[in-house]
Write a new protein. Structure first.
Length: 580
């Protein structure tokens, strides 16, 4: 039984060896490459997925080399793309001195930072160019406004400087401050009593036309006899509406004067006579709003019936001031200087409308910078002073126009002097007129005289011109990044981050009664191959068999194993020989 077992063992070893060798070498696949082996490129005949060629970044380009080290320029795709983008905008990216970096990674990071700065500057530049057309349009508007403002500023400045000179000398308009003895500015509590009126406008009719356009409120053609009454329906502290016919003379007394003085003496009352000399309507009449405050004076108007712009409204006035005892105040000292303001002249809109004052025996005072001047014995603006489009220095219309006034009739514009004059009032009668309107367009005038003289004011700081928009090319710079690598140097190993607490390695305890490792036998040597014999390569392999069975069985099993080894080696040698 032992002999049979040994034979089977030897035979099985031979068969097993032959079977293993035939399977091992049937295809003879290549051994797996070691870590130092570079894989061979895939053959063109092999089917592989299509791959897109990828540009590596960063890349190194050798600049110089010596026995100890090599210097490289480090290029990053992001920086190259940024410079290319700048070039598409015709921007120059200036190269500065190269910078040495400790590592390729540091050089790449710096390149990317440069790219970000260039891209940001280029993006701002593109945005500025896109916004430029709109800014240029806005600039044109601002420049136009500036040209207007600077022209007005210079006119105001010149007028103010001239006025200061006259004040310093006490002559001409300088008398307005140095020789002004009359204070007659605002009397909101004054009460009026009227003599000579027999056609008062009823309050019902006044209410009916209250919402009409201001000119249409004075269109005398819209009123009939039923709109008027002989009895005065207005309170003494109310503004009074009535109709005057050419030739009518009325006398108005203003009592309850509280704020006015002459030569520091209180004025007790004011009396003004009004005479209608002519009108622009066919009826020869005019509608009057008489303000209960004498410093706001009178608003008068009528329909313009005839063509030709030849008709005019003319009113003669004479003012008498009384002291508290009822005595007329002597104005022979020439210290009662009164305003002749809001003298409009427009040449195209609604006709050639012009407002004038004939001073009589009173003395004209020219205001520096005013459009109003003396022509014969009349003062008026010879040219259009209402619209800049028609040649005026300032516009009269609008909330900030020179003709703007407060509710109490006091001019509120710094340029009110442009349409004003003044007179040294000597108690003599004077006449104001208005005319030149187109046919069927009512002719009106608000004529106010008081001691609130419109004079030039300091215009302050000069307007600042707008800045013309432009797009400046950004200053773009870049630099090369270089690294120096010693030859033969091993790249430094970057240690892992040190934990907060040191990690102490734990040595596992020894296993009790652990078997000692077996020491392999020395390699077996084989004799040289004889003729026709295949030599088996030296082998350091030696099997260690388990210690089971009796010695004979062990010997036979070892012999089978050796035979198997020999057979495998023989097959290997034969296979190699066939492949040569």
């Amino acid at each position: 039984m032992k002999t049979k077992t040994a034979k089977i063992t030897l035979f099985s070893g031979l068969v097993l060896a032959a079977f293993g060798a035939s399977n091992v070498f049937a295809d003879e696949p290549a051994a797996a490459p070691s870590s130092d082996t570079v894989a061979a490129p895939v053959s063109d005949t092999q089917t592989t997925p299509a791959a897109t060629e990828e540009v590596t970044s960063p890349t190194k380009t050798e600049v110089s080399s010596d026995a100890k080290s090599t210097t490289y320029d480090v290029t990053s795709k992001e920086l190259e793309d940024a410079k290319a983008t700048a070039a598409t905008e015709n921007l120059t990216v200036k190269e500065t001195d190269a910078v040495k970096q400790p590592t390729v990674e540091a050089a790449d990071a710096d390149n990317k930072e440069q790219a970000q700065k260039i891209n940001a500057a280029v993006a701002d530049y593109k945005k500025a160019k896109e916004e430029l057309p709109a800014k240029q349009e806005q600039y044109k508007k601002e420049l136009e406004q500036y040209n207007t403002d600077i022209a007005e500023y210079k006119a105001q400045k010149a007028a103010y400087e001239q006025y200061k000179k006259e004040v310093d000398s006490g002559t001409a308009s300088g008398r307005i401050e140095k020789a002004q003895g009359l204070v007659f500015v605002n009397e909101p509590e004054a009460k009026i009593s009227i003599e000579g009126v027999d056609q008062y406008l009823t309050k019902e009719s006044r209410q009916q036309h209250l919402t009409d356009d201001i000119l249409e409120q004075y269109n005398t053609d819209k009123y009939t006899d039923t709109d008027f009454t002989e009895t005065n329906p207005y309170d003494p502290k109310e503004d009074t509406w009535f109709k005057m016919n050419v030739g009518d003379k009325i006398s108005v007394t203003y009592d309850n004067i509280l704020n006015s003085t002459y030569e520091d003496k209180k004025i007790g009352k004011v009396k003004i006579d009004y005479t209608l000399n002519s009108s622009t309507n066919a009826e020869g009449s005019a509608l009057v709003e008489l303000f209960h405050d004498p410093t706001k004076t009178i608003f008068i108007g009528a329909q313009t019936s005839n063509a030709g712009r030849n008709d005019k409204i003319s009113v003669t006035m004479q003012i008498v001031f009384y002291d508290e005892n009822g005595n007329a105040i002597d104005l022979s000292g020439n210290k009662a200087i009164m305003s002749l303001s809001s003298l409009n002249h427009w040449t195209k809109e609604y006709g050639d409308h012009v407002e004038k004052v004939n001073l009589g025996d009173n003395e004209f005072v020219q205001i520096p910078g005013s459009s109003v001047s003396l022509h014969g014995n009349e003062i008026y603006s010879a040219k259009d002073n209402q619209y800049k489009d028609n040649g005026a220095t300032f516009n009269g219309d609008g909330d900030d126009g020179w003709d703007a006034v407060n509710a109490d009739g006091i001019p509120r514009s710094a340029t009110a002097y442009y349409g004003a004059g003044a007179m040294t009032y000597k108690g003599e009668a004077f006449t104001f007129t208005v005319g030149g309107n187109d046919q069927h367009l009512p002719t009106t005038i608000w004529f106010a005289t008081n001691s609130a003289i419109a004079v030039p004011k300091d215009p302050g700081a000069e307007p600042t011109p707008p800045v013309e928009p432009s797009v400046s090319e950004p200053e773009l710079i870049w630099h090369k990044n270089r690294v120096v690598e010693p030859k033969g140097a091993v790249p430094p190993v970057i240690p892992p981050e040190t934990p907060d607490k040191p990690i102490i390695p734990q040595t596992p305890p020894p296993t009790p009664d652990a078997p000692k490792p077996s020491v392999p036998n020395k390699p077996r040597s084989f004799r040289p191959a004889r003729k026709g014999e295949v030599r088996v390569r030296d082998c350091e392999y030696q099997a260690f068999l388990p210690q089971t069975g009796d010695d004979n069985q062990t010997t036979l099993f070892s012999l089978g194993l050796v035979s198997t080894t020999f057979a495998v080696a023989t097959v290997i040698a034969a296979q190699k020989r066939n492949h040569r």
